[in-house]
Design a protein around this ligand. Structure first.
Ligand SMILES: *[C@@H]1O[C@H](CO)[C@@H](O)[C@H](O)[C@H]1NC(C)=O
Ligand SMILES: *[C@@H]1O[C@H](CO)[C@@H](O)[C@H](O)[C@H]1NC(C)=O
Ligand SMILES: *[C@@H]1O[C@H](CO)[C@@H](O)[C@H](O)[C@H]1NC(C)=O
Ligand SMILES: *[C@@H]1O[C@H](CO)[C@@H](O)[C@H](O)[C@H]1NC(C)=O
Ligand SMILES: *[C@@H]1O[C@H](CO)[C@@H](O)[C@H](O)[C@H]1NC(C)=O
Length: 520
């Protein structure tokens, strides 16, 4: 090797070392999980198998990948940032970040362009303002931000909030998902290198699917994400019941979006509600054990499990108690054709009245409070705009032996666990906020009020995520319906199993806007 070519070689090597960290190339290897019981996703439109059910109205190449796929990530990092230099940020967003962002098609089966690390980005209202984007997205809650709405959401003020969420300093969030944390770290380093000092980190939260057979289950142990609605024009082809929901309830500017007059560039976007929900698992387990039911013919353990299942409305396997009222039915839980095929009404059972009979499922059960299905009549009727797509992931380690044996969650911050809650909708007021305020935290919902034509004693707030309104201290929650032998029996829950650590409201723009309105 001549000296000159040697020095070229050395300088190339140095340049390579200084250049962006090496990013592995896209392939056809999937990066999503499909735990037993999850509905199958449609195939990629760009892949070899074209799914006929995918309508042309949803531009899956423009909708960011996280919006429609649900709770299927293996590892996910939420990286919350503030914009320090808007001009540089906008220029890099259009030139480099835009092409890193993963669309929906790329994550579906049959895609030949699956990224090693999926990248999504979303902006808070203050983030759009920092970019000088003052267009009205016609969503007052998004404009307020979550911090101003903590009390509306039932939080005990914001003293439990992660400091980064307390205020309006967060301008945006990167959602990075991959099979391995090292691939996420590499992609984050790449993004930070591209954006340089134009952003600063405010906070980060790492999520991970739970290990082994717990994959797809949240920390209390229940299969999570199976109640997500099917979306018309996306995954309604393979889902028998209940009826698929119009895409416009989730995706702005598409069929069924109830808000008109938004800027054209927002079509294909979605509002992302983020919440960090800490879960106190040993405390929950103790409460369930201490309140085991007394249904004849069931063992002590079965009566314990039944009580837990009646708080949730599903067994740990995902089987709905409406279809499996006494014992878990793992085959039902694992069958995506059947585990969502129920609506609490049973016209086949003579004399069964969906508006009063709680023998199969209590009105207070978490999944019934948050998605009442036929409890209020036809789900595609008057109440059909109160739907969200949940796309979060658990965070934090498994319960330690010391925590399990003491019935107490550790106060060590590194042992905090819970759910990185993500919900997508086209209208926060009728999506997440409505469900939280009018259903979850409303002790009168659905029973004890003539409005819905139901009869029974006051339902109580949601036993899992509900709070007795506005109280700074944790007022006891009283629920009924949980004992199938006496649905009037009241249970008092005097400690919180789920604690809000705060969050923010974001807009997940269509990918085209990243190189369009948001960068010009
Ligand atoms: C990611 O993990 C899934 C599920 O474990 C596996 O099927 C897939 O091949 C993995 N993909 C990559 C890119 O490693
Ligand atoms: C923001 O937009 C306005 C109106 O388009 C323009 O006059 C102003 O210079 C912009 N400011 C920045 C910081 O880009
Ligand atoms: C409620 O439904 C259950 C299960 O079908 C039935 O056994 C029970 O008799 C019903 N209760 C009333 C009060 O109708
Ligand atoms: C934990 O709770 C269970 C159920 O109430 C109880 O049997 C056990 O004694 C408790 N353990 C401790 C250390 O308090
Ligand atoms: C409410 O519960 C009480 C006490 O168990 C019972 O007497 C009453 O009938 C119940 N009311 C309704 C509407 O079910």
């Amino acid at each position: 090797m001549k000296l000159s070519s040697l020095s070229i070689f050395i300088s190339l090597a140095i340049n390579a070392a200084l250049a962006a960290p090496e990013i592995k190339r896209a392939s056809s290897d999937p990066i999503l999980i499909n735990p037993p019981g999850f509905p199958s996703l449609p195939s990629s439109r760009t892949g070899s198998r074209i799914a006929p059910q995918v309508a042309t109205t949803l531009n899956l190449n423009d909708i960011q990948g996280d919006v429609l796929i649900g709770m299927r990530k293996i590892k996910e990092l939420f990286f919350f940032f503030s914009i320090k230099d808007a001009a540089t940020f906008k220029s890099k967003l259009g030139s480099d970040i835009h092409s890193l962002v993963t669309n929906t098609n790329q994550l579906l089966s049959g895609s030949s362009n699956v990224p090693v690390t999926a990248v999504n980005i979303a902006f808070s209202n203050t983030g759009l303002l920092a970019l000088n984007v003052t267009d009205d997205l016609l969503d007052p809650d998004f404009v307020s931000g979550q911090f101003a709405e903590a009390n509306d959401l039932g939080d005990a003020g914001t003293s439990n909030w992660v400091s980064g969420f307390a205020g309006t300093n967060i301008h945006g969030v990167f959602l990075l998902a991959a099979n391995h944390t090292q691939d996420i770290d590499t992609q984050l380093a790449n993004i930070q290198q591209i954006l340089g000092d134009s952003i600063t980190e405010i906070y980060r939260l790492s999520g991970a699917a739970r290990p082994g057979h717990e994959q797809g289950h949240e920390h209390f142990g229940f299969l999570d994400g199976v109640s997500n609605p099917a979306v018309q024009g996306f995954d309604d082809g393979d889902r028998p019941q209940p009826a698929a929901i119009a895409s416009g309830r989730f995706i702005l500017g598409t069929d069924g979006d109830t808000v008109s007059g938004r800027p054209d560039w927002t079509t294909g976007g979605s509002f992302l509600v983020f919440r960090q929900l800490q879960q106190k698992v040993p405390e929950f387990n103790k409460y369930v054990e201490d309140n085991a039911l007394n249904v004849p013919g069931l063992s002590q353990q079965e009566n314990t499990d039944l009580f837990g299942a009646r708080l949730i409305g599903r067994w740990k396997s995902g089987a709905p108690i409406d279809l499996a009222p006494l014992r878990d039915d793992p085959a039902l839980g694992a069958d995506s054709q059947r585990n969502n095929n129920f609506n609490y009404d049973h016209p086949d059972i003579s004399g069964f009245d969906v508006k009063s009979n709680q023998t199969l499922c209590p009105f207070s059960a978490h999944v019934r409070k948050t998605r009442p299905r036929a409890t209020l009549g036809d789900e595609t009727g008057a109440f059909d705009d109160h739907h969200i797509i949940r796309s979060g992931i658990p965070y934090g380690p498994e319960v330690t032996d010391a925590e399990a044996s003491s019935n107490q969650s550790s106060t060590d911050p590194s042992l905090e666990r819970g759910l990185a809650f993500v919900a997508y909708q086209s209208n926060i007021a009728s999506g997440f906020k409505f469900i939280q305020q009018s259903w979850v935290d409303n002790a009168q919902f659905p029973a004890d009020i003539s409005v819905f034509g139901l009869t029974g004693n006051t339902t109580g707030v949601d036993p899992i995520i509900g709070r007795v309104g506005g109280s700074a201290t944790d007022a006891p929650r009283v629920i009924t319906g949980t004992d199938p032998l006496d649905t009037n029996k009241a249970f008092t829950i005097d400690s919180e199993f789920v604690i809000s650590r705060g969050g923010e409201y974001f807009f997940s723009p269509p990918i085209s806007a990243l190189s369009g309105r948001l960068s010009t």
